[in-house]
Design a protein around this ligand. Structure first.
Ligand code: TYM
Length: 334
């Protein structure tokens, strides 16, 4: 609870370009929830370097991502939108929490196993302790709710376990956060292989819709989307490609399952892909327009970055001081 409101924290990595999965699974829900909560939305650049990055590209992507948060509808006057690397409390709390997290817990994280398999030449310690930094992000702001996509479920559970363990030893230090998953869109799958989630790091550009893709590119990618060899448009786990297209349609238009399925009755897959593509274009076009204006407005963005980092640092320091005292670090002489 901060300033009379419950607190919300979430973040995204600036690795690769943001996908429709990131938008429908997370960002869109952030916008919905932002009026209700005191919000912190971070561009989590510390997490990004667990995989090798080109420094110039990382900086550019981070700025693009921060601008996308605003373009998607998050007001930087009301929400704290900032770079994780501008608030040293994240790394400091992460260190402390890593001393309250077990190797066994971290070895069970499926994301670590997946990433370690994908980057076998660079299984660094940061990749392993990644979920601890994520717990630090969340707990640093005494967060009540964390809106994320389904793939973050295990990390959120671990965050809760770490917080409960710490509170058990030292009293009520951390708020225990709850995850928030949207009704639709929590798991958007690849357009080329519906058994894999849509991901920024997919090598096949046709597998993902990027938020800044031009309308004709979006339409083309949907046209090429893989479907089954049947013709029926029904919403079932047995038809993962069609289910995914319907999920995207429902999440972008806000239309419910029954109504969505009814609207495609008697239509073929080509029509389904076309209408889903049109719905996505209509949803993304205003965001793209705002983003292109924002990114040109250097002074405005720099102002947002500076003032919001100060705000985040202020709240982060409060929790950090409390934690440092609890674990027994000497009080600073002023
Ligand atoms: P990241 O950058 O991979 O993804 C950002 C958000 O997008 C969601 N998401 C999806 N949702 C639905 N379908 C998909 N295909 C899809 N792909 C991604 C993710 O669930 C996430 O909500 N570790 C986090 C970033 C992070 C964080 C945090 C999040 C760091 N600290 C603290 C919440 C709280 C990550 O890599 O997300």
């Amino acid at each position: 609870m901060l300033d009379g409101k419950k607190t919300l924290f979430s973040g995204m990595q600036a690795t690769g370009q943001l996908t429709l999965g990131n938008y429908l699974g997370a960002l869109k829900n952030w916008v919905h929830l932002s009026d209700e909560y005191q919000c912190f939305f971070s561009v989590v650049d510390l997490h990004s370097i667990t995989v090798r990055q080109n420094p110039t590209e990382l900086r550019q992507r981070a700025r693009n991502l921060l601008a996308l948060y605003i373009a998607a509808g998050l007001d930087p006057e009301k929400n704290c939108i900032y770079y994780q690397s501008h608030v040293s409390g994240h790394a400091e709390l992460s260190w402390i929490l890593s001393c309250y997290t077990y190797m066994g817990e971290l070895s069970r994280m499926t994301q670590f196993k997946d990433k370690a398999a994908k980057h076998a030449d660079n299984i660094n310690a940061g990749l392993f302790t990644y979920p601890v930094l994520m717990a630090a992000d969340i707990l640093l702001y005494q967060t009540d709710v964390v809106p994320v996509g389904d793939d973050q479920r295990q990390h959120l559970e671990l965050t809760r376990d770490i917080a409960l363990r710490f509170n058990h030893i030292y009293g009520d230090v951390f708020t225990i956060p709850e995850a928030y998953y949207g009704k639709s869109g929590a798991r958007i799958m690849s357009l080329q292989d519906a058994s894999k989630k849509m991901s920024k790091s997919d090598e096949n550009p046709n597998a993902s819709i990027y938020l800044l893709d031009a309308p004709e590119v979006i339409m083309r990618k949907f046209k090429r989307a893989v479907t089954d060899s049947d013709t029926k448009i029904i919403y079932t786990e047995q038809k993962p490609e069609i289910k995914n297209l319907l999920d995207i349609y429902m999440a972008t238009t806000g239309i419910g399952e029954q109504e969505a399925v009814a609207s495609f009755e008697g239509k073929g897959y080509a029509k389904l892909k076309e209408e889903v593509g049109e719905a996505v274009v209509a949803c993304l076009e205003p965001i793209q327009k705002r983003h292109s204006d924002l990114i040109k407005n250097k002074d405005y963005l720099d102002g947002v970055i500076k003032s919001n980092a100060e705000k985040a640092n202020y709240y982060a320091a409060k929790t950090l001081r409390k934690v440092q005292k609890k674990v027994g670090f000497p009080v600073r002489v002023r």
